[in-house]
Design a protein around this ligand. Structure first.
Ligand SMILES: *Cc1c(COP(=O)(O)O)cnc(C)c1O
Length: 349
């Protein structure tokens, strides 16, 4: 039998600073005052990878985790007991409720229909989402008197802020409505704030905060700048270098034309990896202190950079994408959330 072919190492990777995830959680936990900070680990921990994020979060002291879909539960369960996991989309069928019970995770009930699904499968500890003005998921305040809720065992009573990353009246309005809700529905713990919300002040923290973005390096509000460390850096290997003679163009569409003979490198990263075409002519990579601008259009699997600032670079050398999330968002028009969750499968490895 021939032995299995040995796969050579990849030519691109997402560098994850696990220490920064832990430090970010601790900073957010401190900002939450007497409340505990939880962690949103949905969407594969915002593209960072549940397998990387969970150990770092647990080591830092985090004990409450939020996913969106039921299919995200098994991977998170490999790291912690179900009692600490809440599923934000809730039981849209009785099958979801049965799964929640078997896995020992808590469903977040978002409507009277979901309350019915949960009760029909036996009820028990659950979380309850109330809509205080976002009109996404959650029971309307007027529905809270429904007898279906009698005896419901609510562990975390929660709502979600729609505009916490902006300055405006809506967060304070939602806060006031949430306080009314707390008086109406028996519960063990209350939770309102996401990353931006917990930066609004201690009155938003209640018993449990639910940061996601800022765990992974996002600056959800200016108050978080200087307290949150970058977590994610896309890195790519150079697969070819060449000198482009003055007057010739580079890449699809020939959108960049060399004014002088230019030393360039072709990187093994492209829009299929989440390094989208909006970086064309705008992005930059780094090698040490040298800044290496993106030239021409980003292709599906490749990106050309100017290596004039580091002409010794050769095939096989690695470079780091400039990926400070706040700055990258300003430059590309993508949100910090998109910049994190975009990463493609080859990049995540
Ligand atoms: C995703 C999510 C969070 C985390 O929000 P960030 O803005 O990423 O901090 C918190 N709560 C709910 C209900 C969510 O859906």
């Amino acid at each position: 039998m021939p032995s299995d072919p040995v796969l050579p190492p990849p030519a691109l990777r997402l560098r994850i600073d696990s220490g920064a995830i832990g430090a970010n959680w601790q900073a957010l936990d401190r900002m939450s005052g007497s409340a505990d900070a939880g962690a949103a680990v949905k969407a594969d921990a915002y593209g960072v990878g549940v397998d990387r994020a969970m150990p770092a979060l647990l080591k830092a002291g985090c004990r409450n985790f939020f996913v969106a879909h039921w299919c995200e539960v098994p991977e998170v369960l490999q790291h912690t007991s179900g009692a600490n996991i809440s599923v934000l989309h809730g039981p849209t069928s009785q099958a979801d409720g049965v799964f929640a019970r078997d896995a020992g995770v808590r469903p977040v009930l978002n409507s009277l229909a979901q309350v019915r699904n949960w009760q029909a499968t036996g009820g028990g500890a659950c979380d309850l989402m109330v809509d205080t003005g976002m009109n996404r998921l959650g029971l309307r305040v007027e529905e809270l008197g429904d007898s279906l809720l009698d005896g419901l065992e609510v562990e975390v009573l929660m709502s979600h802020l729609a505009c916490a990353d902006e300055d405006g009246p809506q967060s304070a309005q939602q806060l006031a409505r949430f306080r009314d809700v707390l008086a109406k529905v028996p519960h063990r713990r209350a939770s309102l704030a996401n990353s931006a919300g917990l930066a609004l002040g201690s009155e938003y923290a209640f018993d449990l905060t639910r940061p996601g973005l800022s765990l992974y390096g996002g600056i959800a509000r200016p108050e978080l700048a200087g307290r949150i460390r970058q977590v994610v850096t896309p890195q790519a290997a150079i697969i070819q270098t060449r000198t482009v003679p003055a007057g010739e163009s580079i890449g699809y569409g020939g959108t960049y034309r060399a004014e002088r003979d230019t030393r360039i490198a072709i990187l093994s990263i492209g829009y299929a990896d989440g390094y989208l075409r909006c970086w064309s002519g705008k992005g930059a990579f780094r090698h040490g202190e040298a800044v290496l601008p993106v030239l021409g259009r980003v292709s599906m699997d490749m990106t050309a950079i100017d290596i004039s600032a580091a002409p010794h670079l050769a095939e096989g050398d690695w470079v780091d994408a400039e990926y400070d999330l706040a700055e990258a968002s300003a430059r590309t028009g993508l949100t910090q959330y998109e910049l994190l969750t975009l990463s493609g499968p080859r990049l995540r490895g």
